[in-house]
Design a protein around this ligand. Structure first.
Ligand code: ADP
Ligand code: TPW
Length: 583
């Protein structure tokens, strides 16, 4: 071990001892564990790692900003159940990747941020090294686990621990600190090979206790108005068949959370999305599968759930299937927690319902269907309108048709109104095809998610972006072009954050804080790098451009110009604005 030259053999006849180094041990450890792609951005001290990784057959996707590489890694983790790898340089590169790492942890996406770091001796004495920062200490509170490797022979253990921490139990983000000095360290090749660990069973199944399953089934059986809520944990678990069978056998209406859309097709007769505001307050027993009762579900209480005031419990009983035993009771009482992985839990629930299960009362199913049909008819009327200029609805009606015709395509979605309207208008037909802003409602995931979705799946990607949302990662259109990815970006352009018609009431020289340059030609950004740019002002132009993009698989950016007065502040979550809260 050490950075010294390999020992020179004493006679000419004796072969030079074979050595390996830190660079190759990192690459070999990743490959040994089935990791085939690195998302990152090169620079000291990891430049050669990117080159050597590519030479060793790993796919290395280089970004223009580490945050986007980080988001790409995290969503690759969500899609594949393998930790997505993001590789960055020290201090500023590391910090740029950190937002994505924290976001991954918040969303339960498995990812490993690997950052090069500077000399420990200098960092610890704060003597001002190049890009000096105590990265491990900074990462720790923002991720599930953080490790540093100082010696080449520990690389195998470091990567094995990082993989296990990222994917076992509740998945999340892991930080792995690799100091510059580690990479050129050499050790005997055979010893190096032996030091690597192929992780056996990285995400062990967690079987729920039989009495917990029984308790849950009894509660469900007693329900008059049962409801199932599917969250992105259910989508992540890849237990699609078990979930479908359970829902269909029980006959219980279900509500998919945003990224669980498509687990069963949104057009499924039991899908209650179009009756959300009816089923939440009316249900008496709710089965949560891989969904937290956080703000996205109004914390399980208040008016959304039929409570009389903002904080009051609506009276529902809850069954919660989750891999994290600490999740139950985080917001309201969970009457029947079922702790385990979704696949194991749902298959046991399915086995437990047996053959004499009675479907929910017709009265409940009828009421849900009635509300749903009424809302669907109302939406159809709105979608049929063709106003000038285009608005969210007339543009998204086109996206809805294109996704229906291309159910394999992956839909990436961010913005405020652009997010809310897309979620409710565009039906999804297959699991894990909708990738969006997740638990934080974070802007900036768009192009990173799009790159990863295309790279991981090989399928076409449609990214529906608010014009503000797009700006956070817009430079990555160059990455789309460089790797020639089949991504069609649709910017719903209303000239600003939320909408574009605000004026500075003081009459001062600056525009209002929420508005952008009017009539911006975003499509020229894509043209600058050799992709296809389209300026679309009608649904017909949008449709033609999207069809062409899917057919050609060329990176395409469609600047879909919509009414700048369309949209509301913060979209559907205006009520969370502090000023609104005061009222
Ligand atoms: P959503 O935003 O779609 O409601 P959340 O991110 O709030 O979903 O919740 C996802 C939940 O799924 C988390 O509580 C997480 O612990 C859980 N989870 C993740 N993976 C699994 C799995 N394989 N089995 C069971 N639960 C899981
Ligand atoms: C990292 C706050 C939420 S939504 C949004 C911002 C800035 C943009 C909304 O405008 P857009 O969409 O994209 O044009 P639309 O359809 O309503 O016109 N910084 C981060 N995350 C968040 N969520 C914000 C700021 C925000």
């Amino acid at each position: 071990m050490g950075t010294a030259e390999p020992q020179v053999a004493s006679t000419r006849d004796v072969q030079q001892p074979q050595v390996t180094d830190g660079f190759h041990l990192v690459i070999d450890a990743l490959k040994l564990n089935g990791i085939d792609t690195i998302f990152g951005l090169p620079g000291i001290p990891i430049t050669d790692l990117t080159r050597k990784a590519q030479a060793a057959g790993l796919r290395v996707i280089s970004f223009r900003h580490e945050q986007n590489a980080g988001y790409a890694a995290s969503i690759a983790g969500f899609m594949t159940q393998k930790p997505g790898i993001c590789l960055t340089v020290s201090a500023p590169g590391f910090l740029n990747g950190l937002t994505a790492l924290a976001n991954a942890t918040t969303n339960c996406f498995p990812m490993i941020l690997i950052s090069g770091s500077s000399e420990r001796e200098i960092v610890d004495l704060q003597q001002g090294d190049y890009e000096e920062m105590d990265q491990l200490a900074i990462a720790k509170p923002l991720c599930k686990a953080a490790f540093r490797v100082l010696h080449a022979e520990d690389i195998g253990v470091g990567i094995a621990r990082a993989i296990r921490a990222a994917v076992s139990g509740r998945p999340g983000g892991v930080y792995l600190d690799l100091p510059a000095k580690l990479f050129p360290q050499t050790i005997d090749a055979e010893a190096g090979r032996k030091s690597l660990i192929k992780v056996v069973d990285p995400a062990p199944r967690q079987i729920p206790a039989q009495d917990a399953v029984q308790r849950a089934l009894e509660l469900l059986k007693s329900a008059k108005r049962p409801l199932i809520v599917l969250g992105k944990g259910a989508a992540y678990a890849q237990a699609d068949e078990e979930i479908k069978s359970f829902i269909e056998k029980t006959g219980i209406p279900y509500l998919p959370m945003s990224m669980a859309k498509g687990l069963l097709p949104d057009t499924h007769p039991q899908c209650a999305s179009a009756a959300r505001s009816f089923v939440l307050p009316e249900a008496d027993v709710v089965l949560l599968i891989g969904a937290r009762l956080n703000w996205l579900l109004s914390h399980g209480k208040g008016k959304t759930w039929g409570g009389k005031s903002a904080k009051e419990w609506g009276g529902q009983k809850f069954v919660q299937v989750d891999i994290s035993p600490q999740e139950a009771d985080s917001n309201v009482r969970i009457d029947a927690p079922v702790v385990g992985d979704v696949g194991s839990c749902v298959s046991r629930l399915l086995a437990g319902i047996g053959s004499n299960w009675t479907k929910p009362p017709a009265e409940w199913l009828g009421a849900v269907a009635e509300r749903k049909n009424k809302n669907i008819a109302k939406m159809a009327e709105t979608l049929a309108k063709d106003p000038t200029p285009m608005n969210f609805h007339s543009a998204l009606n086109v996206v809805r048709d294109i996704v229906k015709a291309n159910p394999d395509a992956i839909l990436v979605n961010e913005g405020a109104n652009a997010l809310d309207f897309t979620r409710s208008i565009v039906d999804m037909y297959q699991p894990r095809k909708r990738l969006d802003v997740g638990t934080w409602g974070v802007m900036g995931v768009g192009m990173g998610f799009s790159v990863a979705a295309a790279v991981v799946s090989g399928q076409p990607v449609i990214a529906v972006e608010g014009d503000s949302a797009f700006g956070f990662s817009g430079m990555e259109v160059e990455t789309l072009c460089r790797y020639n990815l089949p991504v069609c970006v649709v910017i719903l352009n209303n000239n600003g954050v939320y909408r574009g018609d605000e004026v500075n009431p003081t009459g001062g020289r600056d525009p209002a804080p929420l508005v952008f340059v009017k009539d911006a030609r975003y499509e020229k950004l894509m043209e600058a790098f050799g992709g296809v740019g389209v300026h679309a002002t009608t649904p017909a132009e949008l449709r033609e451009a999207m069809e062409q993009a899917i057919r050609s698989r060329k990176p395409t950016l469609i600047n879909a110009v919509i009414d700048e007065t369309a949209g509301t502040e913060s979209g559907r979550i205006t009520s969370l604005n502090p000023t609104a809260k005061k009222k």
